[in-house]
Design a protein around this ligand. Structure first.
Ligand code: AMP
Length: 400
């Protein structure tokens, strides 16, 4: 961000893909607020900020006649709130490319903002189309990518557009920088022991992450629905718990590789079990490998909480991706809450903790502990891919 923005038209890719209610009010503005430091820097330096983003999936939800549902997906819904957040004049262009957009960009005054219409109104956006990206690039003399949440997509506004700028005229925004810096603290030379907490529903979603972690981490704590595929693979009885039959071999393979590489994998010794997948089901505690009949494991149990917390207490770097149970239901949220508390306590003692991935972010927010961990990532899929060791197209494009 050490480009001089004074009097320059600065095209900024932000991630304003915020949830809207049925009256198009913003339900959660976290993503907009996350981009503010970059936007403010540009306008405070006398730049002209031209913002582009996608909002929802307009191409997937076309109207009956095959046209775009503009009313539903227009970024115009965000204009007033953006003006409030930035205390700046915000103009809106009902097309993200073309003559009218160009004119509005050219007529901006220093310190003003132009919000472009949803980039995904064009099919070319997701295709990473070069001609479309070139048209976007003509709107700004400088390009900033601050959309970490979409950095794993090779789309026109996140990736292709960067090729139309010389190195000295493009850079990452503050959010993007922060995300990459924090993730790198886990990936490159982390302080040890490094403990990764991996939860969530499916083994299949987390295989690449687990494979990477076996090489990287000292300890891996496995919770959530995926733990039962591991329990079953080791010959346990898991009742009606979540099971991915076709991943039993994979689970065994992961355990074997971890052993060979001296990485400790901890599976939950016990579970909170329920006789139905329901908030008001009857519950009990059981060994995770001796769940009978119609019962299912929906949270880690007290022994598992105690063991996991102890490992976290001795950790110097912590990465958390995925909840320990069905935390959306109060009866099965204790494991996730307790782990959140253990992560906060370890952070208090000096550990570096990164919460990366959609549902663990929701969980840490739900526990009110987001400000007691080192960093909470804003990019679910992008963070997961980065941690898996993949090069994100949006990042690569800025470096070439
Ligand atoms: P993921 O998106 O893969 O991180 O998975 C998150 C989802 O996994 C949440 O909606 C949880 O409710 C769900 N989940 C966590 N633990 C379990 C479990 N033991 N059984 C079924 N679903 C679970």
């Amino acid at each position: 961000m050490n480009i001089n923005f004074k009097n320059k038209k600065v095209l900024i890719r932000v991630d304003f893909n915020v949830p809207l209610d049925s009256d198009y009010n913003i339900k959660d503005d976290t993503r907009m607020r996350a981009a503010l430091p970059t936007i403010k820097k540009v306008i405070d330096n006398g730049g002209k900020a031209i913002l582009m983003s996608h909002l929802g999936r307009p191409q997937k939800k076309l109207k009956e006649d095959g046209s775009i549902d503009v009313e539903k997906f227009t970024t115009k819904h965000l204009v007033n709130h953006l003006a409030q957040l930035t205390s700046a004049a915000v103009k809106f262009s009902s097309d993200c490319i073309g003559e009218s957009a160009q004119q509005m960009a050219d007529n901006l005054n220093e310190g003003e903002i132009l919000l472009l219409e949803n980039t995904r109104f064009y099919k070319e956006e997701k295709k990473g189309d070069k001609a479309f990206a070139k048209q976007l690039s003509e709107l700004g003399e400088v390009y900033i990518n601050d959309a970490f949440g979409t950095a794993h997509r090779a789309h026109a506004s996140t990736t292709t557009v960067a090729q139309f700028y010389e190195k000295e005229n493009k850079c990452f925004g503050y959010l993007m920088e922060k995300e990459l810096e924090n993730a790198s603290r886990v990936l490159n030379n982390p302080q040890r022991p490094l403990t990764a907490i991996v939860g969530g529903a499916k083994v299949s979603d987390k295989i690449l992450l687990l494979e990477k972690l076996i090489d990287l981490a000292d300890n891996i704590l496995i919770g959530g629905g995926m733990a039962y595929t591991f329990a079953k693979a080791q010959g346990g009885r898991i009742g009606k718990s979540l099971l991915e039959e076709d991943r039993l071999e994979t689970a065994l393979e992961i355990l074997k590789t971890a052993k060979a590489k001296n990485t400790n994998i901890y599976l939950p010794e016990d579970s909170v079990i329920a006789d139905a997948f329901a908030a008001d089901a009857n519950t009990n505690i059981s060994a995770s490998n001796a769940i009978e009949g119609n019962w299912m494991g929906l949270d880690i149990g007290p022994k598992a909480i105690s063991k996991f917390s102890d490992v976290l207490d001795h950790s110097k770097t912590i990465l958390w991706n995925g909840p320990m149970g069905v935390f959306e239901m109060e009866a099965f949220a204790t494991g996730t809450k307790s782990i959140a508390q253990a992560v906060a306590a370890a952070t208090q003692k000096g550990a570096f903790s990164l919460i990366g991935g959609g549902d663990s972010v929701a969980a840490i927010n739900q526990c009110g502990l987001a400000d007691q961990v080192s960093y909470v990532s804003t990019g679910g899929g992008a963070m997961l891919e980065f941690l898996e060791g993949k090069e994100l197209p949006g990042v690569k494009a800025m470096r070439s």
